[in-house]
Write a protein that binds this ligand. Structure first.
Ligand code: NAG
Ligand code: NAG
Ligand code: NAG
Ligand code: NAG
Ligand code: NAG
Ligand code: NAG
Ligand code: NAG
Length: 662
């Protein structure tokens, strides 16, 4: 209530800016910028940096003051009902040095086509490693150009000092939507007369909520800033994690926010780990420890995970207890590792057991910190690891960088169960936090490879099932908050069934479309019906036939040009669109060798977009265990952080470590 009322007053004092696709700087309402911006929330005691910038556009529609930024700006903070104080006085720190730089940006597509960027000169300061311990509403005010003001209202959420969950396991199905879960259920579970005979593990969770995934400055998010929102309670800009993106050229000096595992280690000294079927430096796993404007700084982000942020004063972290995934190119010495260093050696020196294949993963002890990197790039998907295994030989993804395929690969389940054993042992009474990601749900949806994406969704569900059973066996199920959610969605759905034999036999695009059966002609799933001569031995909860005559008719809200035959891509991952001879390299068309007996689906995306894209949809949050009830309903992605942090008792009235109740 109070917040809404005071916002009305606040809005009146701000320069009105219209939301636009090209922005000078996200979260910056006028020529003065305060980061964290208006509407930011904080956990009491959470570390963060404050960046203020004053912009002087040299040219373009906003040209001002002959391009000379005010260097004599001032910043204050006022707690609701309290006295206005300078930042230096309030936080008892020294006034930082003035910084200056310039940057350029395009105001719209016409400016981009004409290559006429607008240039902006900047005067700025960064106040580093601050924390507010007292809950309440605060207004930060930047004053510049003799009377202009930019205000940011911040809310420090209520204290939460009691630890209600000993452990938290956060499963992230990257890009996973309710529609995909529904489709995966249809593939892996048999139904009779419209009733399922078995269910997904996700279907059995007692609490379901929905989170809204918008970024700070765009309503469609990417996996970096959406992971960052889940882990830090602060929204950010596409491609940024653990920071608010400022306008400086340095991708590492942006104002940082402390993440859940950094706070958890500082407050309770708990163990933490990350497991992913992506490269471990990929956005979702790396955002737990990474602080950068650009998710593409893979090498330095790996260094940050081990050595913490070394460039600026920050929390002194010890690195994850468990780190399992792909992305070997950031570890063996070479062009993709930080400063060309050998990070296998760096981790070994820091006391980690190193594992490079499934055999050695399963043999790891439970006592030592563990690094498991099983291949280059993202791990091959479940369908190739378990059904079309001959495809693995085509990868050149050896974890030591040799020109050879990685063949002894663990799956998400083996990695997650081993991670639980190590974290359980190392965390002891102090408990643990584990993030486990089914990464290729997203990656394979991007390439419109439904079967590979849904196979990985079933693998995630199978992993959740096995993890719950394992926690029970360890006597930890009652102490563990288990969450399964996503970071964003794709506009995917199933709209009928397809007779692939009929489709293949027709010769025109329009005749082939008659093979799509809608409503009563969608039929029943044949993926659960055993077929003669087909045996995958992949266990219950997975299809018994991946290549039936009648398949699912599926598609996207947005796609590049592609050709659709609605059949599993047996020969390896799909490439839906590509450049063709006679056209520019970035002018993409349906891949001539993809689904050759199918029909053309013309795209709706820009013609240089090779893949499908993220979409607007809210994503589900499944919860069980301590605090599960707080996850029902509809809320923002940042609220997932506050709910977890509150359950872990991380909202502190001072900087001292917590005292355990057990
Ligand atoms: C800088 O601002 C302060 C008030 O914030 C004012 O007293 C002082 O005269 C200003 N200095 C310059 C050089 O403009
Ligand atoms: C602004 O100035 C730069 C550098 O002189 C120039 O390249 C750019 O085209 C100018 N932009 C506009 C919008 O005039
Ligand atoms: C420190 O900052 C420099 C300069 O921005 C950057 O090149 C480097 O990667 C950063 N180091 C780490 C470990 O983040
Ligand atoms: C697995 O890794 C171990 C060392 O960690 C190595 O000795 C063994 O040869 C590897 N096995 C395979 C199949 O690559
Ligand atoms: C690790 O912990 C699990 C679960 O308690 C146990 O089954 C396994 O034997 C342990 N492994 C080692 C090497 O101690
Ligand atoms: C596609 O683009 C790549 C990169 O420019 C080029 O090497 C290749 O020849 C192009 N392929 C065709 C079929 O034009
Ligand atoms: C439809 O897609 C095909 C294959 O990529 C392409 O040749 C054709 O130009 C597209 N049609 C339109 C109207 O874009």
């Amino acid at each position: 209530m109070g917040r809404i009322a005071s916002l009305a007053t606040l809005a009146a004092s701000l320069v009105v800016v219209v939301g636009q696709t090209y922005q000078r700087l996200g979260g910056c309402p006028s020529l003065g910028c305060v980061l964290p911006p208006d509407q930011s929330d904080f956990l009491p005691g959470q570390y963060f940096d404050l960046r203020v910038e004053v912009h002087a556009p040299v040219n373009g529609s906003e040209a001002f003051n002959s391009g000379k930024p005010d260097e004599n700006f001032s910043v204050t903070i006022t707690k609701e009902g309290g006295r206005k104080k300078s930042i230096a006085e309030f936080f008892r720190i020294k006034e930082p040095e003035l910084e200056k730089w310039d940057f350029h940006w395009y105001e719209d597509l016409f400016a981009e086509d004409a290559d006429t960027p607008s240039v902006v000169n900047v005067a700025a300061k960064a106040y580093r490693r601050l924390a507010i311990y007292e809950p309440g509403t605060y207004v930060v005010e930047l004053s510049y150009y003799g009377g202009q003001k930019t205000q940011a209202e911040w809310v420090v959420r209520p204290l939460a000092t009691k630890k209600k969950a000993k452990n938290v396991i956060l499963f992230i199905g990257d890009g996973m939507t309710t529609n995909m879960i529904t489709a995966a259920r249809l593939l892996g579970h048999k139904s009779i007369n419209g009733k399922y005979q078995s269910l997904l593990q996700l279907d059995k969770f007692p609490v379901l909520g929905h989170q809204m995934t918008h970024s700070l400055d765009s309503y469609i998010t990417d996996s970096a800033n959406s992971a960052s929102a889940l882990y830090s309670g602060h929204k950010s800009t596409v491609n940024a994690m653990g920071v608010y993106a400022d306008s400086s050229p340095d991708a590492f000096d942006d104002p940082k926010v402390e993440t859940i595992v950094e706070i958890l280690r500082r407050v309770w000294d708990s163990a933490w780990g990350a497991v992913s079927t992506a490269a471990i430096a990929d956005a979702t796993p790396i955002a737990l420890s990474g602080h950068s404007r650009s998710r593409y700084n893979y090498g330095s982000l790996v260094d940050q995970a081990l050595n913490s942020v070394t460039n600026y004063t920050w929390t002194n972290q010890k690195g994850p207890d468990v780190w399992f995934g792909g992305g070997a190119e950031q570890f063996y010495p070479g062009k993709d590792s930080y400063k060309g260093q050998d990070y296998y050696a760096q981790f070994a020196k820091a006391g980690y057991d190193i594992s490079l294949n499934k055999t050695s993963l399963l043999q790891l002890g439970n006592n030592s910190k563990a690094l498991g990197i099983f291949c280059k790039s993202h791990m091959p998907v479940w369908l190739d690891r378990n059904v079309y295994t001959e495809n693995l030989a085509a990868f050149s993804n050896d974890p030591l960088g040799k020109k050879a395929p990685a063949l002894d690969l663990p799956g998400l389940k083996e990695m997650t169960l081993k991670a639980v054993d190590i974290l359980h042992q190392r965390g002891g009474k102090k408990g643990f936090f584990l993030m486990s990601e089914g990464a290729s749900i997203d990656k394979q949806m991007h390439t419109l490879d439904y079967d590979r994406a849904l196979g990985d969704l079933l693998e995630l569900d199978d992993t959740v099932r096995a993890t719950i059973a394992h926690l029970k066996a360890l006597g930890e199920l009652e102490n563990t908050l288990v969450l399964v959610t996503a970071d964003h969605g794709h506009g995917f759905d199933v709209f009928g069934g397809v007779d692939t034999k009929y489709l293949s036999s027709q010769s025109t695009n329009r005749d082939k479309r008659r093979a799509v059966g809608v409503y009563q002609n969608s039929g029943l799933s044949q993926y659960t019906v055993p077929a003669k001569g087909v045996s995958y031995n992949t266990g219950a909860h997975f299809p018994v036939n991946w290549d039936p005559r009648y398949t699912l008719a599926q598609g996207f809200g947005a796609s590049p040009d592609h050709r659709e035959n609605f059949r599993v891509h047996k020969g390896g991952p799909r490439l839906p669109a590509t450049n063709i001879s006679g056209f520019e390299a970035d002018d993409l068309f349906a891949n001539p060798v993809d689904g050759q007996d199918g029909f053309i689906v013309n795209g709706t995306l820009p013609t240089d977009e090779p893949q499908g894209v993220h979409s607007l949809t809210d994503v589900p949050v499944f919860a069980m265990g301590p605090c599960a009830d707080t996850f029902g309903g509809v809320y923002g992605n940042v609220d997932v952080f506050y709910k977890i942090a509150s359950c872990l008792g991380l909202g502190r009235p001072d900087a001292k470590p917590g005292k355990l109740a057990w």
